[in-house]
Design a protein around this ligand. Sequence first.
Ligand SMILES: O=C(CO)[C@H](O)[C@H](O)COP(=O)(O)O
Length: 158
Amino acid sequence: MVSNPELMIDDFKNAGANSITFHIEVTEERGITQSVIDKIKAYGMQVAISVKPKTPIESIFPYVKDLDFVLIMTVEPGFGGQSFMSEMMTKVSTLRRKYPNLNIQVDGGLDIKTIEPAAAAGANVVVAGSALFRPDQNPKDTIQFFKDTINKHSPNWK
Ligand SMILES: O=C(CO)[C@H](O)[C@H](O)COP(=O)(O)O
């Protein structure tokens, strides 16, 4: 998470990034959320907003029409290895009901157990660290399990 994403768009573009996700908490308080979205899009990159656990999901509704995906944090941002916050699934299901075709990403504590409630709530994109870097599991199998679980709940995903 960065505090001033608007200052880094050029650097990321020049470095070859094709998408930028920023936290709404740091732009909304300064009234620059829409202008950050617009600048990222003007550079031809995909754009997403990330929502911290304590931030109401309603805060992003005005911007969803301009986003390529939404990232629901299922831990407090900061580091890997934290426990999945199942109560965040209310946000995911609220978004999924309101936006049936939106890419909804979840990040934090996703593994072969927590993927089930996440996918059932409507998440279709997963950020995972710890679950993939384990000595007792093949990351390919874990990724396939994530995909199968998402497809089980969203068979008609485009
Ligand atoms: O960076 C994070 C939080 O800021 C992520 O949650 C992390 O990259 C994913 O790791 P894990 O699967 O171990 O929860």
